[in-house]
Design a protein around this ligand. Structure first.
Ligand code: HEC
Length: 191
């Protein structure tokens, strides 16, 4: 009996250690992800635009990247938010989707195949183990994007194509038009 009691006491203790966390607030997670995506895009595109104006697209190729973006580094260090972009038509191999990102990409591609407009695809937040995952579509939202993601020879000039071919030998991220689905923001943070 004493033995049984101690087991009961121990399981009560364990249960209190693994008590369920606060309920998942999906709307708050979506709002947080959207705010970060907007701020990250603004910081990134300000750099792309400045380089395009100063040097042209060949000088801006380094800048359409979340790598080495001060905001991304500080969000990661201060808030523990991991920020990434991914796509079904990759340019940078380091943007390749993991299994969960692949699942969301496939869902979005299925919605588009069924006739949904890219602007209709909602953001998504979900619990993933001890973290929250957030996904939001990225669209080709301005003609400027086409300087590096449009049709080679038409919108992407030959000097830019040469740099892209050298840096990204398996580049699949040209041939887009304004309004197209380009990929996903993908974020993770601890619950
Ligand atoms: C000056 C050239 C340039 C412009 C302009 C540009 N991009 Fe990019 N884009 C790139 C390069 C280069 C990469 C790969 C970056 C890396 O190595 O991290 C990339 C990567 C991406 C990715 C990540 C997925 C992948 O395939 O690696 C997305 C999403 C993306 N671009 C969207 C856009 C959108 C939307 C615009 C317009 C707002 C835009 N880009 C404008 C050159 C450009």
């Amino acid at each position: 009996m004493r033995h049984l009691l101690s087991i009961a006491a121990m399981s009560a203790l364990l249960a209190s250690c693994t008590a369920p966390e606060a309920p998942f607030d999906e709307a708050a997670a979506i709002q947080r992800g959207q705010g970060i995506a907007k701020a990250t895009f603004e910081q990134m595109f300000a750099r792309v635009k400045a380089q395009m104006e100063a040097v042209g697209p060949t000088g801006a190729v380094e800048y359409c990247s979340v790598a080495a973006l001060p905001l991304v580094d500080s969000l990661s260090a201060v808030q523990g938010v991991h920020i990434k972009r991914t796509s079904d038509r990759l340019r940078a191999p380091h943007d390749a989707p993991d299994a969960d990102e692949r699942r969301r990409l496939d869902q979005v591609l299925a919605m588009l195949a069924e006739g949904a407009k890219p602007t209709d695809i909602p953001p998504q937040a979900l619990v993933l183990g001890d973290s929250i995952a957030f996904y939001q579509p990225i669209l080709i939202n301005m003609p400027n994007c086409l300087k590096c993601h449009g049709t080679p020879g038409l919108e992407v000039d030959s000097a830019t194509m040469a740099i892209l071919a050298r840096k990204y030998p398996n580049d699949a991220a040209t041939g887009y038009a304004v309004g197209d689905f380009r990929g996903l923001w993908s974020m993770r943070w601890k619950r």
